[in-house]
Design a protein around this ligand. Structure first.
Ligand SMILES: NC(=O)c1ccc[n+]([C@@H]2O[C@H](COP(=O)([O-])OP(=O)(O)OC[C@H]3O[C@@H](n4cnc5c(N)ncnc54)[C@H](OP(=O)(O)O)[C@@H]3O)[C@@H](O)[C@H]2O)c1
Length: 98
């Protein structure tokens, strides 16, 4: 029983580690694309984790693989367009990139 519990705990730790690795890889990839990454956290430990993107780089192959993952905008920016404002259409807002 104790062995089973410690195995489960070990799996849980591994799962947390994998989640962190995925998070750091995603942040690093965005940073390498020249994107201004704004990561917000009120948690000291997570603030430190989020800084772990600066002392390593993705290989060209790794970067290419991530770039091939289909992407979509989380926010299309509909709230920022208006017939009466300077930006009238979604296409105009994104300079044709959508
Ligand atoms: N989203 C927008 O449209 C927008 C627009 C203008 C400005 N901003 C600014 O940009 C910043 C980020 O905005 P957001 O919308 O991306 O923030 P958010 O979704 O409100 O907050 C980020 C979330 O990620 C969590 N997090 C951070 N680091 C993590 C880690 N290593 N592991 C797991 N969870 C983690 C944070 O939790 P904990 O705090 O518990 O760590 C928080 O719940 C903010 O300062 C915001 O004011 C956002």
């Amino acid at each position: 029983m104790v062995t089973e519990v410690s195995k489960l705990l070990e799996l849980q730790r591994l799962k947390q580690k994998l989640k962190l690795v995925i998070l750091i890889v995603c942040l690093r990839w965005a940073y390498e694309q020249g994107v201004c990454v704004v990561v917000k956290s009120f948690n000291n430990g997570r603030m430190k984790e989020n800084l772990e993107i600066f002392n390593w780089t993705l290989s060209e192959e790794e970067s290419r693989m991530i770039s091939e993952i289909p992407q979509s905008r989380g926010c299309r920016g509909e709230d920022y367009i208006s017939e009466k404002g300077p930006i009238k259409t979604i296409e105009e807002l994104w300079d044709g990139e959508i």
